[in-house]
Design a binder for this molecule. Sequence first.
Ligand SMILES: CC1(C)Nc2nc(N)[nH]c(=O)c2N=C1O
Length: 160
Amino acid sequence: RHTVYIGLGSNLADPVRQVEQAFDELDGLPLTRLAARSPLYRSRPVGPQDQPDFVNAVARIVTRLSPLALLDQLQALEQRHRRVRQRHWGPRTLDLDLLLFADRHWASARLTLPHPALLERAFVMIPLADIAPGLVLDGACTAQRARNFAGSDLQVLTAP
Ligand SMILES: CC1(C)Nc2nc(N)[nH]c(=O)c2N=C1O
């Protein structure tokens, strides 16, 4: 069994519902269960600004799937939410990012672990700190890293 953190994001087609539904779908993946969910946050898009605000959250799952098998399952979930890639970094119904897979490091065409943008994204670090405040990443804990993002535009939408 591995502890894995997944970033959830949506800015199309009722993003709150997309994210809430995705939590339940993660719990339903084979050999997997949802162990924790962060609150939902709304934030301005990082990257192209000509798109709606995002709803973001982070989930902790416990799984016996391998990293690539889990990645396949996440991509299948995105498809089931009718994720259509119009343009790079454009709007999407559901984004599921593999943030951390136990303490694995991985670098391949399909997958990089830990997620390369993990430490610089408030929309990931703040919800990650909500469910794993003591997790140490590159020498600092997520709670401290989230405090460094204080003042970012994230607004909490829901309690966990
Ligand atoms: C387009 C890009 C980089 N910007 C984002 N910006 C925000 N706020 N949330 C996201 O989930 C998100 N995802 C992305 O992929």
